[in-house]
Ligand binder design. Structure first.
Ligand code: AMP
Ligand code: MG
Length: 313
């Protein structure tokens, strides 16, 4: 693992140099590990798609570290600015209208008239973005459609030496990807449930948010692909109890070989989700996987979204 480095000040500075020189850096964020590149460097952005084997119609999120660093290629509005003030830094991404046509940005946005922006809460991510001096596009640092990485080791297991530098900042605190909210229209629309809860967003806005139920074939929303985050074994969800040939991932009182959160805490379950899917995959042998029901509230929305896609065949 010659490309894995502790996220020390010195190594973050080195990583910023890699980004500036068109390289790829895997970085810890509070959601999952990201595979980062300079958004203005079309070659570097292209490398992200190549290394992940991600189709170029699946656009990338730009990550910033400061409010006054909102990229010049997005148009804001009053609602967007208010949401940013409330939920940034954090697991919250907004879809905004886009301006101009820089080559890297065009590719990162899959040619769409919109761009997505997030300000992550992880200090290593923030330091790297600041020192790089550019927005960093960073999809999850894994192969397309596979389980997302929540440790540096997961990144290495999936991408190996195809990444110039992997910054190890420990396990991710939130464990599921950011919530994506489209704020380009009259009504805000939830495109992906994630680390910021729908309840919190609606309470803050004082209005109902429309929930997009996914148009898996529409290029603007590939985060909504039916099969995604998939483990190697078949997975059955909402399983009250395991069948004879199943490896059971429990939740709360439903015990299993693994338990996402014995005390039934959805935050803990989200933080464990991807790592436990990997563990279950490694331990299940000839068995298939089954997972206990997860309540459809708070972070449960994001968890259920991920496992529905993980279970889809
Ligand atoms: P991730 O898989 O975490 O990198 O999130 C990327 C997802 O964000 C994509 O699959 C889209 O659903 C959404 N997204 C990213 N960029 C855009 C964009 N420019 N316009 C609309 N949706 C976007
Ligand atoms: Mg991903």
């Amino acid at each position: 693992m010659y490309n894995v480095f502790q996220a020390t000040e010195e190594n973050i500075a080195r990583a910023a140099g890699v980004i500036k020189n068109g390289g790829l850096v895997a970085l810890p964020t509070e959601t999952v590990y990201g595979l980062g590149a300079n958004v203005f460097d079309a070659k570097a952005v292209a490398k992200i798609f190549a290394v992940k084997k991600r189709p170029t119609f699946d656009p990338l999120i730009s990550h910033i570290a400061d409010f006054d660093a909102l990229p010049e290629y997005v148009e804001t509005n009053e609602r967007a600015l208010a949401l940013a003030k409330r939920f940034w830094p954090g697991p919250f991404t907004m879809v905004l209208k886009r301006k101009g046509h820089a080559a890297g940005v065009d590719l990162a946005c899959s040619g769409l008239p919109t761009a997505t922006v997030r300000m992550p809460a992880h200090p290593v991510a923030a330091a790297l973005i600041r020192q790089s001096g550019v927005p960093i596009v960073a999809p999850s640092a894994n192969l397309f459609k596979s389980v997302s990485p929540t440790t540096a080791q997961h990144v290495y297991d999936g991408l190996g030496e195809n990444v110039d530098m992997i910054l190890d900042g420990g396990a991710c605190r939130v464990g599921v990807e950011s919530t994506i909210l489209d704020v380009t229209g009259d009504k805000p629309v939830l495109l992906r449930a994630g680390g910021t809860t729908l309840e919190d967003i609606e309470e803050f806005l004082g209005e109902k948010v429309l929930v997009s139920h996914g148009e898996p074939d529409r290029p603007s929303a590939p985060g909504q692909l039916l099969r995604h985050y998939a483990p190697g074994h078949k997975l059955r969800i909402n399983a009250e109890k395991p069948e004879a040939n199943e490896f059971y991932i429990g939740f709360g009182d439903r015990e299993g070989e693994l338990n996402l959160s014995p005390k039934g805490d959805l935050c803990e379950a989200a933080a464990n989700l991807f790592a436990f899917l990997r563990k279950a995959d490694a331990l299940a042998g000839d068995k298939t996987l089954a997972m206990a029901p997860i309540p459809e509230t708070g972070l449960g929305l994001a968890i259920n979204d991920r496992i529905r896609r993980a279970a889809h065949d």
